[in-house]
Design a protein around this ligand. Structure first.
Ligand code: 3PG
Ligand code: MG
Length: 418
């Protein structure tokens, strides 16, 4: 890697300000905030262990939610400190501010190898504004800077970018953590020169979210398999009827363009040949946002190119599952981003789960490298109970997409070169 990593640093006795992405899903249960999924915490443990064993004074900085400059107690990182302590098996101190005297005092009390978690950086508006004076205050806590927050590296905020620039300008080194290094390796280097055949599976709701990823991957992939609601925009581009499916009519030209590029490069670009469809029925109820709630009734297989007028696509069908699975089982490299249907509803989960099983089988039996691009696809792999059977699962949502588009991430760009 072109950037310094935590392995390159001499950290003994140094204050190492370490940015982590502890933006974890939480839920209020009888007045207490409880962490639903601690994956992002778990994935930082190797970096923390290395720093602690080498005798660093570790100061963790993170954000939780979008409190917009307010001290919203439901977005405090305090429960994360307890969870981290439990998972790490070593004491983790917490201080309810990330700058100023209180934070500085807590940092001064740290012994070599000890860990302190600072309160949510987004309790200050200056964090997202990447305010220089605020970043200076963060830099007061640091001799060295480590960024292990891949999931937040697409943000140019004070704790991900500004502070690194200041520490570096003072001559302090800024390095990638071990998780950051792994993310960049699998979503970057491994896909730059993939073992062939390279099969890309793309799903999710919108073509517009993934168009830059599609553009870039058309140059690299041998096969692209399209699922999820974005497939309906492709179907529309091919002149098929999609009934009442979720669609982006203003992105039809984008879909056409992708189909033409794939054809010109001679790669396989598949859209579902059959789908599960259901009929949306207005329940007369309104959701929290005041929008009408529809119930999806009468799920059935549609094997013709056109959907019935009253129906909506909700998953890929059995023939598509068989075809896509066959492609996946031929692959030596697999990248998957986005579910095949509305998998949160068990009635419409089979397409996504079947693809998850095929990806795992290709990994286990054929030695394929399987890389899961974060967000909903990671959730789907977990829901299918296959969490440990793929090569790599990204902890980034938006960050993994931007990185797959080939963009430079501000949080990475700010790190010191080797
Ligand atoms: C995420 O969960 O996507 C990252 O932590 C970034 O959070 P954000 O989208 O609120 O900036
Ligand atoms: Mg996000």
């Amino acid at each position: 890697m072109a950037k310094l990593t935590v392995n390159d640093l001499d950290v003994r006795g140094k204050r190492v300000l370490t940015r982590v992405d502890y933006n974890v899903p939480m839920e209020e249960i009888s007045g207490q905030m409880v962490i639903n999924d601690a994956t992002r915490i778990k994935e930082t443990l190797p970096t923390l262990k290395l720093l602690s064993d080498k005798g660093a004074k570790i100061i963790l900085i993170a954000h939780l939610g979008r409190p917009k400059g307010q001290r919203d107690p439901s977005m405090s990182l305090r429960p994360v400190a307890s969870k981290l302590q439990e998972m790490f098996g070593r004491p983790v101190a917490f201080v309810d501010d990330c700058i100023g005297e209180k934070a500085e005092q807590a940092v001064n009390q740290l012994q070599n190898g000890q860990i302190l978690l600072l309160e949510n950086a987004r309790y200050y508006n200056e964090e997202e504004a990447n305010d220089k004076a605020f970043a200076e205050k963060l830099a007061k806590l640091a001799d060295l800077y480590v960024n292990d927050a891949f999931g937040a590296a697409h943000r140019a905020h004070a704790s991900t970018e500004g502070v690194a620039r200041i520490v570096a300008a003072r001559g302090g080194k800024c390095a990638a953590g071990l998780l950051m290094e792994r993310e960049l390796k699998f979503l970057g280097d491994e896909l730059e020169h993939p073992a062939k055949p390279f099969v890309v599976i793309l799903g999710g709701a919108k073509v517009s979210d993934k168009i830059n990823v599609i553009d870039r991957l058309i140059q690299k992939a041998d096969t692209i398999l399209i699922g999820g609601a974005m497939a309906y925009t492709f179907k529309m581009a091919l002149g098929m009827k999609i009934g009442r499916s979720l669609v982006e009519p203003d992105k039809v030209h984008v879909a056409k363009d992708a189909l033409e590029k794939a054809k010109a490069r001679g790669i396989k670009f598949l859209i579902p040949k059959d789908n599960l469809v259901a009929t949306p029925v207005n329940t007369g109820k309104l959701n929290k946002k005041g929008k009408p709630v529809f119930e999806l009734q009468n799920p059935r297989l549609n094997s013709t190119p056109d959907f019935p007028d009253d129906s909506e696509g909700v998953d890929i069908g059995a023939a598509t599952i068989a075809q896509y699975s066959e492609e996946v089982l031929r692959a030596k490299t697999i990248l998957w981003n986005g579910p095949m249907g509305l998998f949160e509803d068990p009635r419409f989960a089979e397409g996504t789960f079947a693809i998850a099983r095929a990806v795992c089988e290709a990994t286990e039996k054929n030695g394929a490298k399987s890389i899961i691009g974060g967000g909903d696809s990671v959730k789907a792999i977990h829901n299918a109970g296959l969490g440990d059977k793929v090569t790599f699962m990204s902890t980034g949502g938006g960050a993994s997409l931007e990185f797959l588009e080939g963009k430079e991430l501000p949080g990475v760009a700010a790190l010191s070169n080797k």
